[in-house]
Design a protein around this ligand. Structure first.
Ligand SMILES: *Cc1c(COP(=O)(O)O)cnc(C)c1O
Length: 428
């Protein structure tokens, strides 16, 4: 039987030329993709092993309501996360609204007035600026008397050890390390690099708490920062570890004492992890965590495919087509507003939901330029699902991530190219 893939792509609006260009790139990535599959296989086994160890049962999938006392599913899931991430304890909750909230809970649960927070990797993710109070904000750590210090990376993207050592003082209580570059152009750190930084920090001050913002990094490698000395790792369930199925949530995993401190902040002093009904999300949390290694692999393949497509067309891409990956974000500098808009319209046109709408740039609150966003997701704002966004300002770079399956990521990238060809911006 022959499979008429070209015919199906044509039905979806992908021309023979675009498909041919993509197929050639894909052929050359076979070995690379095989390595990603091996990592996914290892991580899949790791998750299943953790589920076996904690005897996940049908009863774990049931809902609790009210206070949520003795929610077997919730408590067992937290043990599964802790085991899979080789941490002592974990807090995995639908009451954590998003990644920023998880990070905010971990920070404010572990910092007290007079303490100092240090970021040795430069400016943290945008939303953290308000959590910390770098940009004045109601309820920030700064308002509670927590000071902040930052050491920028060296021009070549490595750690400035000399100045990190100088910045650590008697007040330094917690060091926050962001694994992913997020929407900056610095490199994303490997887990090994993060381990080296933690080792250095602990050498200067052994009792400092080292927290890693693990957003977008989970399951990209076979180890997590909690295995190289991080006291806390924090992330969002509508990114990698939710596997596209978790409809909400975040996690905080690490040393028992620090996770407890976060739990007392999330719920209330005296209550901690004991309350918090799960209302029926347990099943999607378990199933999402089970799917997460392969979903992350699909997203990674998509990012690498996009890097190689656009690199071949002469655009600047970060990371480049050959670099090792430590997160799932791909930046492509397209150089003009028209190109950025066409790219995002392509991603949208390939979406399973809202494929027929056409995204346009708009003045989003908190940004200093118009922003265009493409997302046709099952879960609102989910960035483990295929999505792209770009500020409409030089150098006109688009940030692209996700894809619940490699096949969908591939379609989205081909569609972005199709729109660039149709707009006369790219000639194949
Ligand atoms: C997404 C992200 C966050 C914030 O998560 P939200 O769910 O958007 O609040 C924080 N840090 C990094 C590195 C991220 O990628």
């Amino acid at each position: 039987m022959t499979i008429d893939k070209a015919g199906m792509y044509k039905k979806l609006g992908i021309s023979k030329e675009v498909l041919g260009f993509g197929t050639e790139i894909e052929q050359a990535l076979k070995e690379r993709f095989a390595k990603i599959d091996e990592i996914a296989e290892y991580n899949q086994l790791k998750v299943i092993h953790a589920m076996h160890e904690h005897k996940v049962s049908e009863a774990c999938l049931y809902a609790s309501s009210g206070y949520g006392y003795n929610d077997l599913g919730r408590d067992t899931l937290e043990e599964v996360y802790a085991t899979a991430f080789k941490a002592e304890s974990a807090l995995v909750r639908p009451q954590i609204a998003c990644g920023t909230h998880a990070l905010s809970v971990a920070l404010s649960g572990n910092l007290r007035p007079g303490d100092e927070l240090l970021s040795p990797v430069g400016k943290p993710y945008d939303t953290l600026e308000e959590v910390i109070g770098i940009r004045p904000s109601k309820g920030s750590l700064a308002e509670y008397g927590v000071t902040y210090r930052q050491v920028d990376l060296l021009p070549n993207g490595t750690f400035d050890y000399a100045n990190i050592k100088k910045a650590i003082n008697e007040k330094t209580k917690l060091v926050t390390i962001q694994r992913s570059k997020g929407y900056q152009t610095r490199p994303t750190f490997s887990v090994t690099q993060i381990g080296e930084l933690i080792h250095f920090v602990k050498g200067v001050k052994p009792d400092v708490i080292c927290m890693v913002d693990n957003c977008y990094g989970e399951f990209v490698e076979i180890i997590e920062p909690s295995e190289v000395g991080a006291d806390l790792i924090v992330g969002s369930l509508i990114k990698n570890p939710g596997g596209g199925l978790a409809p909400i949530g975040g996690y905080i995993a690490g040393k028992e004492e620090y996770v407890e401190n976060a739990a007392y902040r999330l719920t209330s002093p005296g209550l901690g992890k004991e309350v918090g009904a799960t209302l029926g999300v347990n099943q999607s949390f378990y199933q999402g965590f089970f799917m997460a290694p392969t979903v992350t692999a699909g997203a990674l393949k998509g990012a690498i495919f996009a890097a190689n497509i656009y690199e071949k067309l002469g655009y600047s891409v970060i990371p480049d087509g050959r670099e090792e990956r430590h997160d799932i974000i791909q930046a492509v500098t397209l150089g003009s507003p028209e190109a950025v808009i066409a790219f995002c319209q392509g991603i949208q046109a390939a979406a399973p939901v809202d494929s027929y709408v056409s995204p346009e740039p708009w003045a989003m609150p908190g940004y200093d330029s118009d922003v265009i966003m493409a997302a046709g997701a099952f879960v609102q704002g989910s960035s483990i699902e295929l999505s792209a966004d770009a500020p409409i300002k030089p150098p006109y770079a688009v940030y692209f991530q996700g894809g619940l399956t490699w096949q969908h990521a591939k379609l989205g990238i081909l569609m972005s190219l199709q729109k660039l060809v149709e707009a006369g911006i790219v000639n194949l």
